[in-house]
Ligand binder design. Structure first.
Ligand SMILES: *Cc1c(COP(=O)(O)O)cnc(C)c1O
Length: 223
C-alpha cells in the first residue's frame, strides 16, 4: 500500500468505534485524495470553496465532502450543492444564508455550529452562551433548510496540554448543555467535531466523535 493509504489505515486502527475520520485534503492534489480513497477513506474535508468545487466535480461521486473552513456568505451558493456537512457555521447570518440556499435547491444541509473557546482572537465562532441564546430564541424553527448535527471547535494553538484539555472540556460541556435543552428540530444533534493532527487523541478522550486530520495523513501543506 502507498504511504498515504498506510497512514489512513494506521490512524483508523487507533480510533475508537463511533469516531469518524475526516481526512483534511485542503491544498493537496487529487492524486493524494485518490490514494486515501484507495485505502477506503470516503470522508474528506476542504476549507476553500473553489477548491472544494473543483475536486468534487472531478473526483468519485461517493466521496462525502465536508466543508471545514471559514465560509463567506457569497460562497455559500458554490458550496451547498456539493457538501454533506458544513462544520464551520460561525454566525447567525451564515446559518440563515445556508438555509436560504439549501431551500432554493431543495436540499436540507447538515451543519455543525462552531464554538469559540480558544485563546486566539482570530478564531471564528460563537461563544457558548451566545449560541445557547440563539438556539433558545427558536432560530431552527425558522431555518428548515438546515439540520443542526452538533458542534465543532478548536483548542488553543499552544503547547500547554492542560489548556488544550480545558478547551476540549468546554466544547464538550457546551454540547451537553445544548443537547439537554431538547429543543425542537435538534433530534439529530449527535456530533462533536474536535481534534486535529496534533491533538486528536486528547480530543477523543474528551468526547470527540469526529476528528479532522490533515498533516498526519498527507504531510505538510504547501500554501
Ligand atoms: C486544516 C484544518 C484541520 C487539519 O489540521 P492538521 O493540523 O493538518 O491536521 C482541521 N480543522 C480545520 C478547521 C482546519 O482548517
Amino acid at each position: 500500500m502507498d504511504r498515504i493509504g498506510q497512514r489512513i489505515t494506521d490512524i483508523k486502527s487507533t480510533l475508537p468505534e463511533g469516531v469518524t475520520l475526516v481526512a483534511v485534503s485542503k491544498f493537496h492534489p487529487a492524486r493524494a485524495i485518490m490514494e486515501a480513497y484507495g485505502a477506503g477513506q470516503r470522508v474528506f474535508g476542504e476549507s476553500r470553496a473553489t477548491e472544494l468545487v473543483e475536486k468534487a466535480s472531478t473526483l468519485p461521486d461517493d466521496i462525502d465532502w465536508h466543508f471545514i473552513g471559514h465560509l463567506q456568505t457569497n460562497k455559500v451558493r458554490l458550496v451547498v450543492p456539493h457538501v454533506n456537512l458544513i462544520h464551520s457555521v460561525d454566525s447567525e447570518r451564515l446559518l440563515r444564508c445556508i438555509d436560504t440556499e439549501s431551500r432554493r435547491i431543495g436540499k436540507v444541509t447538515d451543519v455543525l455550529l462552531q464554538l469559540h473557546v480558544a485563546l486566539e482572537e482570530t478564531k471564528y465562532g460563537f461563544l457558548p452562551d451566545e449560541l445557547t441564546a440563539l438556539l433558545k430564541e427558536g432560530i431552527l424553527e425558522e431555518t428548515p433548510g438546515v439540520r443542526v448535527r452538533g458542534i465543532m471547535g478548536m483548542a488553543s494553538n499552544v503547547d500547554d496540554e492542560s489548556r488544550i484539555a480545558s478547551d476540549f472540556q468546554a466544547i464538550k460541556q457546551a454540547f451537553d448543555s445544548i443537547k439537554s435543552l431538547s429543543l425542537p428540530r435538534m433530534e439529530a444533534f449527535d456530533t462533536i467535531s474536535m481534534g486535529m493532527s496534533h491533538d486528536y487523541p486528547l480530543a477523543i478522550s474528551h468526547g470527540s466523535n469526529m476528528v479532522r486530520i490533515g498533516t498526519t495523513i498527507f504531510g505538510e501543506r504547501e500554501y
